[in-house]
Design a protein around this ligand. Structure first.
Ligand SMILES: Cc1cc2nc3c(=O)[nH]c(=O)nc-3n(C[C@H](O)[C@H](O)[C@H](O)COP(=O)(O)OP(=O)(O)OC[C@H]3O[C@@H](n4cnc5c(N)ncnc54)[C@H](O)[C@@H]3O)c2cc1C
Ligand code: FES
Length: 316
């Protein structure tokens, strides 16, 4: 169980949920890494309805620091904690390990204090989730799934996010911004959704390009159009002739499909984070299977992050 620390409406039907959670930080495949998700129980404890959990990407983390107690201090130390998390590459900070853990646990665990999610109300499950208040307990399974590749330094990297597909990219941007040349393309239907998320990215050291369908923020049109036009123009102007080393993307299928065609034509490597409706979230029920070049894969287990070239969109 985790405790809800805050639940903030950051836009119309758009929420930021912060929970406290004791989550292993190492080994890396058990920790809270960018691209991984949590499966949240949205019903109240006395109810069985809805039965299924709802998956949400990890938007951000704050590493546990027992020396900080006041909320203001926690907020102030947020940047530093993430920097440490990155620099040590998930190394164990012994000050943060519970004193009562046994020897094995000392080697294996580094706890995360806070996990943040951003979600939009889509149906009954996310509406119920929005009713959780600070101080309430919430059943959080995870982190689950595969994360994005992180071992880049001095690389030219592009992030493309459409709609709530922006959510898994913020944690990724935080991890990559300091040591890489990062360009981030974010798009949504309108400014209502895009502005609160773009504000977080704008605080990082990166180049940010925004697009909305209705033109209420940034360029008018899709984020794929913004990405393609920006690249074409910058190449013509001789500003950015170097191709990106890697592209990460998450969003609606048409966006990812267009991007995949562009990446194939230009021989660009990258990774996509996919979304499928899920039941168990842990690889058992096969309800989230999608087709890839390696055969059928479970989005909750082998994914949600897949090499871009391997995804077969008609099969998803
Ligand atoms: C790995 C993963 C990470 C996700 N991360 C986030 C996130 O960070 N923020 C966020 O807002 N949403 C995220 N989603 C989508 C989120 O899980 C769904 O919006 C949510 O489960 C809908 O539940 P509901 O009961 O409110 O809606 P429902 O009543 O179940 O459905 C309402 C509408 O949402 C669509 N929908 C339902 N589940 C999904 C799904 N898994 N993927 C795509 N569309 C769906 C339905 O087709 C329907 O149109 C993620 C999904 C996955 C698989
Ligand atoms: S949701 Fe059950 S296998 Fe993926």
């Amino acid at each position: 169980m985790a405790e809800v620390i805050s639940q903030t409406e950051i836009g119309p039907d758009l929420y930021k949920l912060k929970i406290s959670a004791r989550i292993p930080q190492a080994p890396a495949d058990r920790g809270a890494a960018p691209g991984r998700f949590c499966h949240l129980q949205v019903r109240q404890p006395e109810s069985w309805d809805p039965l299924l959990r709802r998956p949400l990407s990890i938007y951000n983390v704050q590493v546990y620091n027992p020396e900080l107690t006041a909320e203001t201090d926690l907020e102030a130390d947020f940047e530093t904690d993430l920097e440490n998390y990155h620099e040590t590459d998930h190394e164990i900070d012994h000050e943060t390990i519970r004193e009562n853990d046994d020897e094995t646990d000392h080697e294996a665990f580094h706890e995360t204090d806070q996990l943040e999610f951003v979600y939009q109300i889509r149906g009954r499950g996310t509406r119920l989730l929005s009713q959780f208040q600070a101080g309430e307990q919430i059943d959080c399974l995870g982190p689950l799934g595969s994360g994005f590749t992180l071992d880049f330094s001095g690389s030219s990297i592009i992030l493309v996010g459409g709609g709530l597909g922006i959510a898994p990219l913020y944690f990724l941007a935080r991890m990559l911004a300091d040591n890489n040349n990062l360009q981030v393309y974010l798009g949504a239907a309108s400014a209502d959704l895009l502005e609160p998320l773009a504000a977080d990215f704008a605080r990082l050291d990166l180049r940010l390009i925004l697009a909305t369908d209705d033109g209420s923020l940034g360029r008018i049109g899709t984020v794929f159009d913004a990405f393609r036009e920006d690249f074409a123009v910058r190449s013509q102007e001789g500003k950015n002739l170097k191709q990106p080393d890697y592209i990460f993307a998450c969003g609606p299928e048409p966006l990812l499909h267009s991007l995949q065609k562009y990446m194939t034509a230009n021989n660009l490597p990258g990774e996509f984070s996919l979304e499928k409706r899920m039941a168990c979230g842990s690889g058992v029920c096969l309800s989230c299977v999608c087709q890839t070049a390696k055969g059928n894969q479970r989005v909750c287990y082998e994914g949600p992050v897949f090499p871009a070239r391997e995804v077969i969109f008609n099969g998803c």
